[in-house]
Design a protein around this ligand. Sequence first.
Ligand SMILES: [Zn+2]
Length: 215
Amino acid sequence: MSAMRKEGAYSRRFAASDAASSVVPSNDSPADSRCHNSAVPRRASLMQEPVLVLNATYEPINVTAVRRAMVLLLKGVAQAEEMHNAEVHSAAHAHKVPSVIRLLAYRHIPQQSRALSRKNILLRDRNTCQFCGRIFPSSELTLDHVVPRSRGGRSSWENLVACCYRCNNSKGDRTPEEAGFKLARRPRPFTLHTSRQLMRMIGHRDERWRKYLFY
Ligand SMILES: [Zn+2]
């Protein structure tokens, strides 16, 4: 069953990498796959700061981590548009830490490739359980299939919501109607609007992102 396989694939991804950064899926950028570059220093926290990725046309298309962004810069695939006032040091060089980078060659990004991920669903739902309406830390939330998988409910933006463990347990294998639950709001499909909204939420602390996202 392809639905099952998909499910397995993304749970595995979450387990491996809640901290691993991409808002939009990592396969968005061919160059940022498993690229090991010894010139990129390892300094955990700073290296995982979010970096806004713009297409060659300045359209915001992705958020990645400093580490990946620096790999793209070193490979000459992207150039830095905005920098932090911080540097990271490798053996031979000091590198300014990018805040916004731009791909040098235009990349066509199909809408459908936007990542359905636990992190993105939680961001969309603002860490709010969609049944009891309370806000939780990410670690205390799970994803609920509004229409249960056993009833043919899919793992999609429209059928997955943030849900606290308590509501998830009490809902069980039922639809919200059957369980007497009401959704805080209808889960929205992923659109360009969602994508911008996610990027804004992730980048709200970084002034340098503003001019690329708020228009
Ligand atoms: Zn709840």
